[in-house]
Design a protein around this ligand. Structure first.
Ligand code: FAD
Length: 272
């Protein structure tokens, strides 16, 4: 039995750089895609010639077009693809999932995150226009200027610079928060190690009930790209040359992976 989530094939219709580090991609051909309507919803994205999934927030979806705002950092499967002219490329998208779940009638929203969290924070603000909302955004200087109009205007935004490129000090920032009065909802996303520290702080020091916060690790700071048990490139090229469908090539890749590295697969599954 296959446990793979539903998948959609899409085409990159437009590519628009928003800042030095953020590129907007508009994907079309997604008439069968159904949004969850939850503002932090995300999809898995598989780019041409790759099998590994990377996750991106649905910045918007309308009329069969899906908008993803992609951070381009130093190296990365999607980063390197999105830096190039990828218009016309065919990609695979997985069905959307979501996590943002405030209690009924929160008194306020507090949103904290780095550049990868900006799309979700923008969409949360769009869908909650009437609530007092505080945002702490850790983004590079030049992005702060360009992104000033990215977030809907009613939020009280604090812009923070990262300590160094590719680093984050959000755990310290959260430890210094002067919490608003009343029962609100705290949403946060960014580098995974920072998020683990923050969850502990919220539970132990702030005493927030788990229903009142959502803290998501969006990326892992590692020295280099994660090694893969099997290089998907040759399998992809051989499959395409043999006229196989994407589904058949996926099956070849799955078979090669389970032959080569069952323990690696088990580790990835247990990491979620
Ligand atoms: C639910 C969810 C929603 C997300 N939404 C978005 C979104 O809307 N936009 C977005 O850009 N990202 C988003 N992310 C984060 C994105 O999936 C990761 O940053 C991903 O690793 C990028 O893939 P890559 O192929 O470019 O780099 P990878 O091949 O995964 O990583 C290569 C190297 O880059 C480093 N790296 C990865 N991400 C970053 C980063 N952001 N900054 C600095 N170094 C990094 C890694 O440590 C690694 O060393 C989301 C993640 C999740 C889980």
């Amino acid at each position: 039995m296959s446990t793979r989530a539903a998948q959609f094939t899409a085409r990159v219709a437009r590519r628009e750089p928003l800042t030095d580090h953020l590129v907007r991609l508009v994907l079309d051909g997604l008439d069968d895609f159904r949004s969850t309507g939850v503002p932090d919803e995300w999809v898995g994205l598989v780019v041409p010639g790759q099998f590994q999934v990377r996750y991106y927030t649905v910045r918007g979806f309308a009329a069969g077009e899906l908008v993803l705002d992609v951070v381009v950092h130093d190296v990365g499967l999607v980063t390197e693809w999105a830096m190039r002219d990828c218009v016309g490329d065919t990609v695979t998208i997985t069905e959307p999932k979501s996590s943002f779940a405030p209690p009924p009638d929160p008194a306020w929203l507090l949103l904290v995150g780095d550049l990868t969290a900006m799309p979700a924070m923008a969409r949360i603000l769009e869908t909650h226009p009437g609530l007092p909302t505080y945002v702490m955004a850790e983004v590079p200087d030049q992005s702060q200027l360009a992104l000033a109009g990215y977030l809907p205007g009613h939020a009280d935004v604090t812009w923070l610079a990262p300590p160094a490129p590719g680093q984050s000090a959000l755990a310290e920032v959260v430890e210094g928060i002067d919490w608003p009065e009343g029962d609100g909802y705290f949403w946060m996303a960014g580098e995974s190690a920072q998020m683990r520290a923050i969850r502990k702080h919220l539970m132990r020091e702030v005493g927030l009930p788990t229903s009142h916060y959502d803290v998501m690790g969006y990326w892992r700071a590692t020295a280099a790209r994660q090694p893969r048990a099997v290089d998907p490139g040759p399998i992809w090229r051989a499959g395409k040359a043999a006229g196989k469908t994407d589904e058949q090539i996926w099956a070849d890749y799955d078979a090669a992976q389970s032959e080569a590295a069952p323990t690696e697969q088990a580790r990835e599954a247990s990491d979620g």
